[in-house]
Design a protein around this ligand. Structure first.
Ligand code: SF4
Ligand code: SF4
Length: 143
C-alpha cells in the first residue's frame, strides 16, 4: 500500500504563527545569505556581519533583538525577498535527509510540522524539496 505521506503538503503546512522568527535555535546564515542580505540592506558584508550577525560556535546566526525575535522581524519578515536559505527551506532542511530523527524535535518548535511522519517518507520528500530549492536559491553551506 502506498504511504499516506508522499508530498511536502502531507508533512507540513505553515500556520503563519510567527514562532520561527522568534529566535528558537537561531537562524543560521551562510556566505551566500550574507552577500544577498547585505546587498539588500545596502551595506558591505563586513558591516552586515558586525551589525546583524552573532557567532554560534563556528557559524553565523542573525542577531536577535531585545524582544528575542530575529532582528529582521517586524510583524513580517522585512527581508523576505532575500531571507536566509534556512528560512526559505524550513522545515525541509538537508540534515533531515541524513538524520530524519531530528524532524520530531524540530516539530516541537513548529506547529505546522507533522511530528509522526515516518522516516522513509521524510527522507524522500525532504530530498526532493532540497533539490528544488537548491536549483533556484543556492546555498554555500552543506547543512
Ligand atoms: S513556526 Fe512553523 S508553522 Fe509557525 S510560522 Fe514558522 S514555519 Fe510556519
Ligand atoms: S530572516 Fe525573516 S523569515 Fe528568517 S527568521 Fe528573520 S524575520 Fe523570520
Amino acid at each position: 500500500m502506498e504511504s499516506e505521506f508522499t508530498t511536502s503538503d502531507d508533512i507540513f503546512h505553515c500556520t503563519q504563527c510567527g514562532e520561527c522568527c522568534s529566535g528558537f535555535g537561531g537562524t543560521y546564515v551562510d556566505e551566500a545569505d550574507v552577500k544577498r542580505i547585505a546587498d539588500f540592506v545596502n551595506c558591505d558584508t563586513g558591516t552586515f556581519m558586525a551589525r546583524y550577525c552573532d557567532r554560534s560556535g563556528t557559524r553565523l546566526v542573525l542577531t536577535q533583538g531585545d524582544d528575542g525575535c530575529c532582528i529582521f522581524f517586524d510583524k513580517n519578515c522585512t527581508i523576505h525577498p532575500v531571507k536566509p536559505y534556512m528560512c526559505r527551506a524550513w522545515p525541509f532542511l538537508r540534515t533531515i535527509v541524513k538524520n530524519p530523527e531530528n524532524w520530531s524535535a524540530m516539530s516541537r518548535a513548529c506547529e505546522g510540522m507533522k511530528p509522526d511522519a515516518p522516516e522513509d517518507a521524510l527522507k524522500k520528500i525532504v530530498a526532493r524539496e532540497v533539490a528544488k530549492l537548491d536549483a533556484t536559491y543556492p546555498s554555500t553551506s552543506s547543512d
